[in-house]
Ligand binder design. Structure first.
Ligand code: HEM
Length: 163
């Protein structure tokens, strides 16, 4: 329980930071921030974290559990029920692999475009993060490594949440 509220704090802080950055200067999003939200930015500092995730095989195992959780969760299942879940898992592996500076290329769709018409709200976003946390726990990903990844994903709420 404590662990999940710590995670929630990381996500909430990252989201607040991202929002206040927008609120403070009414100018368009800085280039880097826009790119982060749009897909995935490689962060060479996260290479050790890539290893803590078990490299690419670790990410494949993680995504299997993550998708199982998303389908078992009544809050997220409706979004994924009619989608090509095997394809999404492949794209997620590549996306997370790139973020963690692994030897991969993300050739999936732009985050804004792929989620635009899905009508995702904050509750659904938080539910997905929770399902990811559970999968990371099951795969024995160290807590600090989990938070490093979550901090990179959090800014994507700006383009994923549309209502
Ligand atoms: C940081 C959060 C998220 C990340 C990093 C993420 C990442 C991705 C990726 C990589 C894809 C595959 C893109 C492709 O097909 O090329 C995808 C597709 C999809 N995502 Fe997300 N996603 C996030 C949040 C969410 C949330 C909160 C939901 C719904 C609760 C969601 C629902 C979907 C669905 C339904 C698809 C398939 C859409 C289609 O095939 O047309 N995603 N996402």
């Amino acid at each position: 329980m404590f662990k999940y509220s710590m995670h929630a704090a990381v996500i909430a802080t990252a989201m607040m930071f991202a929002q206040s950055a927008i609120a403070q200067d009414a100018a368009p999003m800085p280039q880097q921030s826009a790119a982060m939200a749009a897909s995935a930015l490689r962060d060479p500092a996260l290479k050790p974290v890539f290893d803590e995730f078990g490299g690419k095989p670790g990410l494949v195992a993680l995504m299997n559990d993550f998708m199982d959780n998303l389908m078992a969760d009544t809050r997220t299942r409706p979004y994924f029920a009619d989608s090509d879940r095997e394809h999404i898992k492949v794209e997620l592996v590549d996306q997370f692999c790139v973020i963690l500076d692994g030897p991969c290329t993300y050739s999936g769709k732009d985050m804004e475009k792929v989620h635009r018409s899905l009508g995702i709200n904050r509750a659904a976003f938080n539910a997905l993060v929770e399902d990811l946390q559970k999968a990371m726990d099951k795969n024995d990903i160290p807590f600090r490594a989990q938070n490093k990844l979550l901090a990179k994903l959090a800014p994507m709420h700006k383009v994923v949440i549309t209502k």
